[in-house]
Design a protein around this ligand. Structure first.
Ligand SMILES: O=C(O)C1=C[C@@H](OP(=O)(O)O)[C@@H](O)[C@H](O)C1
Ligand SMILES: C=C(OP(=O)(O)O)C(=O)O
Length: 429
């Protein structure tokens, strides 16, 4: 286990060329695999979550060529569902963007697959997705605890029709159902029950499906209608946007200790909801500039704000540690599903923020943070959660060092995170 102590940072500035978006990389790979034609993906993310998707596609017989640096991938589409009738086991780590969409795609394919993962994956619910697929007569069996992976999927052609899906725990379930719906034999309609969480990720899904030639009728995020018996079609070249969630750490660093930091690979028209993290920083007082292919943030006096972050749960974690540098309290509300991600993020965040001296109130679906007058050095546990490690690096932007335990957990989405962070540090400027 690698532990890293970051010394106090006096100043940050620079430019970061963002690695590709995790959410877009895994969607693009799956749709490219199912599509007719060859897709040349560039700026693909190279991280554990993407590796799990690639390994699964290989096992399922998909042909692709990955560049040496793993950021370009040419995928030969199957032109339809997966064909692998022999029993197969696929290990998907803790990648929600592999587990959920593959569950649905495999349920309509000619396969007999067992989906496994890391221990934490077996604590992350998938019942709402399986319930929805069961309404299409999918054959999915829980091999462990009911409503959790591992799963055995005996895929087959499915007719489609009307289903309802609970959207209140994870949008990835709806994403999975939507991406699979065109591959059904008949038309389908998907009705949402409960408050749909993480809504902007549905926009990513619909945008990607459109790039691969399939349109969905979106009735105000309450009902979606999709024609059956369709094919995805390769767009030819596909460029993955930079990862907006990964951008949040650098933009926050600038707001706290800039200088100016510019991130490139995303901009004002990006499809990822997490670009709106910059709006939260602006509301806290930072100066934000938007270009077509960049966002830049410059330091200003920060004040705490009280907001609903349901739309951007990943980037919202970065607000929790930015709050340590703001005047007054900060509240992050309506993030119940932090509890079912890489760890129980509400509990983990509260525990670790208290270690550096903050006064924290943890509710069922919110966290409220009062910054201390003086941060304390602490050894931060990361709970095998990449975002805990990345968020807490910001503590070093004070006159106190911070120790981050198990920095390797950033491999899930951003293996080079600490090198990039260090490249922005200008203590001798
Ligand atoms: O669809 C996606 O790519 C994602 C959706 C979000 O999950 P939930 O919908 O479970 O909140 C997000 O937290 C996750 O990192 C990626
Ligand atoms: C919640 C996350 O991941 P996953 O895609 O596994 O849900 C995340 O990256 O913060």
């Amino acid at each position: 286990m690698k532990t890293l102590t970051l010394q106090p940072v006096a100043h940050v500035e620079g430019v970061v060329h963002l690695p590709g978006s995790k959410s877009i990389s895994n969607r693009a790979l799956l749709l490219a695999a199912l599509a007719k034609g060859t897709t040349r993906i560039s700026n693909l993310l190279d991280s554990d979550d993407i590796r799990h998707m690639l390994t699964a596609l290989t096992a399922l017989g998909v042909q692709y060529q990955l560049s040496d640096d793993k950021t370009r991938c040419e995928v030969q589409g199957l032109g339809g569902v997966f064909q692998h009738p022999q029993p197969l086991e696929l290990f998907l780590g803790n990648a929600g963007t592999a587990m959920r969409p593959l569950t649905a795609a495999l349920a309509v394919s000619n396969v007999d697959v067992t989906l496994t993962g890391e221990p934490r994956m077996y604590e992350r619910p998938i019942g709402h997705l399986v319930d929805a697929l069961a309404q299409w007569q999918a054959d999915i069996e829980y091999l462990g605890e009911k409503e959790y992976p591992p799963l055995r999927i005996r895929g087959k052609a499915l007719q489609g029709g009307a289903v309802s899906i609970d959207g209140s725990v994870s949008s990835q379930f709806l994403t999975a159902v939507l991406m699979t719906a065109p591959l059904l034999q008949g038309d389908s309609s998907i009705e949402i029950t409960g408050e749909l969480v993480s809504k902007p990720y549905i926009d990513i899904t619909l945008a990607l499906m459109a790039r691969f030639g399939v349109t969905v009728e979106n009735q105000n995020y309450q009902r979606f209608v999709v024609k059956g018996n369709q094919h995805y079609h390769s767009p030819g070249d596909f460029l993955v946007e930079g990862d907006a969630s990964s951008a949040s750490y650098f933009l926050a660093a600038a707001a706290i200790k800039g200088g100016t930091i510019k991130v490139t690979g995303i901009g004002k028209n990006a499809v990822q909801g997490d670009i709106h993290f910059a709006d939260a920083l602006e509301a806290m007082g930072a100066t934000v500039e938007w270009g077509f292919d960049y966002i830049s943030v410059t330091r200003n006096h920060l004040k705490g704000i009280d907001r609903d972050y349901n739309a951007i749960p990943d980037a919202a974690m970065t607000i929790a540690t930015t709050a340590l540098f703001a005047e007054g309290p900060t509240a992050i509300r309506n993030v119940y599903n932090w509890r079912v991600k890489e760890t129980d993020r509400l509990a983990a965040m509260a525990t670790e923020l208290r270690k550096v001296g903050a006064e924290v109130e943890e509710g069922y679906d919110y966290i409220r943070i009062v910054p201390p007058a003086q941060l304390k050095h602490a050894s931060i546990a990361t709970y095998n959660d990449h975002r805990m490690a990345m968020c807490f690096s910001l503590v070093a932007l004070s006159d106190t060092a911070v120790t981050i335990e198990d920095t390797d957990c950033t491999r899930k989405t951003f293996p080079q995170y600490f090198e990039v962070f260090n490249s922005l540090v200008k203590n001798n400027a």
